[in-house]
Design a protein around this ligand. Structure first.
Ligand code: MCA
Ligand code: AMP
Length: 468
């Protein structure tokens, strides 16, 4: 079934289908406004969207999908350098959003009240539909290309695992420029037909005030919720509390379960693979474990020796995944795609996992210390290091993610240089890259710890940073 097949035919105009903050549209209004966007963007090779937490972002993405034009969501907190990279690398021909001084391509304003009934040609479900930028261990963010077919496969797998139907109301406030908030949180609701309430920011108070049945959050959101007894009471009508994008601490799982009577659902995925593993509505929910394969997905473990590791619940290996939810490749970087995609169609996730004989998965950690997960955001250490090295006071730098009870990991930069000022350097990263990529702390040191080969010993820095 085409990705947006549920958004056609006779649509309900009496009920709010999508609410963002205090503004709503019905399904019929969304289709009319998105069709207006589709007619504007038709024929473009790709289109950038200023992906603010606003109704217009939902309309813009839907319009691009209806037109069969790849949508490139741009983080609204991105600094100029990162934004320019996304625009240049994606080759976006239009900018959907408010004009910006640094955006040179033609601007198309998006109006959630616009109405068009133009008939649109059928979309090729195998063609690129979304290009989502995500960080690697080094270099600038890479464009992850997904077709309508991979997105639909993921959403159908989740709907089946969670018994997610049009009777559910989905609540979340996650960013609309990543897979979690945009693909699951917007396209999922549109495909399943459930109303969406987006709280603009994923705060405990916002979630508590929005009566829904299905709530999405990253672990930081659930951990903050657990610190707010009143907010927890607001989840009384929830059917499912879903956590993903980073490991959910066992203590948070247990507090949520005890306070709400509902053990959270955990699911695991990546921008490149979409969601591949999840606990099921009618299945076991085990703290610290992320569940079983979604429909059509296969998984296996690759031991350090290169052989496959057994699924015995204790043997560790790098998790490899195969199935219909996988991306088509990195945009303009076939060599990077080859590094992670084998000829046999298996994708190497870079996550270390164990699988038990019943097919339950536990994510043990990441293979590389250079991919940091902070508040559910994926941040490449190399990208932040590169940004800092441009600053005139910095001579050497090493960026690490140190354990953090709220964010999972927090970004700490160790710098060697002359006249380095912590606040100046943090602000410098925030304005160059994205606000969420700035270090929480900068430690000025006389030298970085290196091994005899001259390589920086990041594990030593992580241990030191975690204890201070
Ligand atoms: C933050 N602040 C700072 C600094 N860092 N101020 C000074 N220096 C810093 N270094 C400010 C912030 O701007 C904010 O200010 C305030 O401090 C609190 O910041 P923070 O602790 O970061 O909280 P937050 O802004 O509320 O963010 C936490 C968050 C956020 C809401 C959980 O991290 C978030 O939205 N995460 C979701 C990421 C996500 O969707 N990932 C999915 C990737 P002020 O309050 O004034 O603004 S997709 C994926 O992973 C796969 C597919 C999957 O499995 O889902
Ligand atoms: P991203 O590309 O932002 O989608 O981040 C993907 C990474 O997030 C994965 O490779 C994992 O390291 C991590 N991740 C996502 N979901 C989970 C989860 N439920 N438990 C542990 N790690 C997770």
């Amino acid at each position: 079934m085409p990705l947006l097949s549920s958004l056609s035919g006779e649509l309900d105009d009496s009920a709010a289908a999508v609410t963002v903050g205090d503004r709503s549209v019905s399904r019929e209004q969304l289709l009319a406004a998105a069709t207006a966007v589709a007619t504007e963007v038709a024929g473009a090779s790709s289109v950038a969207i200023d992906a603010r937490a606003e109704l217009e972002t939902v309309v813009a993405v839907t319009g691009c999908l209806l037109a069969g034009v790849p949508a490139v969501p741009v983080p609204p907190d991105s600094g100029e350098r990162e934004r320019q990279h996304l625009l240049a690398d994606s080759g976006a021909q239009l900018w959907l959003g408010a004009p910006r001084d640094d955006v040179q391509v033609p601007v198309v304003p998006v109006d959630a009240r616009a109405r068009s009934a133009a008939s649109l040609p059928a979309v090729d479900e195998d063609a690129p539909a979304l290009i989502v930028y995500t960080s690697g261990t080094t270099g600038a963010p890479k464009g992850v290309v997904h077709s309508g077919r991979s997105v639909a496969a993921c959403l159908d797998g989740l709907a089946s695992a969670w018994q997610w139907t049009a009777e559910d109301t989905l609540v979340h406030g996650l960013p609309l420029f990543h897979v979690h908030g945009l693909v699951l949180g917007v396209l999922g609701a549109l495909r399943v037909g459930s109303p969406l309430v987006h709280t603009v920011r994923p705060t405990a108070q916002g979630y508590a005030a929005a009566p829904g049945t299905l709530y999405f959050g990253v672990p930081t959101v659930w951990s903050r919720m657990c610190d707010d007894a009143t907010a927890l009471q607001g989840l009384a009508h929830a059917r499912l509390l879903v956590s993903g994008s980073a490991p959910l601490p066992v203590s948070v799982f247990q507090t949520l379960a005890a306070a709400t009577g509902k053990a959270p659902i955990e699911r695991y995925g990546m921008t490149e693979t979409l969601i591949t593993v999840s606990t099921r509505f009618d299945g076991e929910r085990r703290p610290g474990w992320v569940g079983t394969r979604l429909d059509g997905v296969r998984t296996r473990l690759r031991a350090e020796s290169g052989a496959l590791a057994p699924h015995d619940g204790t043997s560790m290996g790098q998790l490899e995944v195969h199935g219909p939810t996988l991306f088509d490749g990195y945009l303009n970087a076939p060599e990077r795609t080859t590094e992670v995609m084998g000829d046999d169609g298996w994708f190497a996730t870079g996550d270390i996992a164990v699988i038990d004989p019943g097919g339950f998965h536990r994510i043990v950690g990441r293979e590389s210390v250079d991919l940091i997960k902070s508040g559910g955001y994926r941040i490449g250490a190399g990208e932040v290091e590169h940004a800092l090295l441009v600053h005139p006071t910095v001579r050497e730098v090493a960026v690490v993610g140190v354990p953090d009870p709220d964010l999972g990991q927090r970004i700490v930069a160790y710098v060697v240089g002359e006249g380095c000022d912590e606040k100046t350097l943090i602000d410098f990263v925030a304005t160059t890259l994205s606000v969420h990529k700035r270090p929480r702390a900068v430690r000025v040191v006389s030298a970085l710890p290196r091994n005899e080969m001259g390589k920086v010993q990041k594990k030593a820095l992580m241990a030191e940073g975690g204890s201070s």
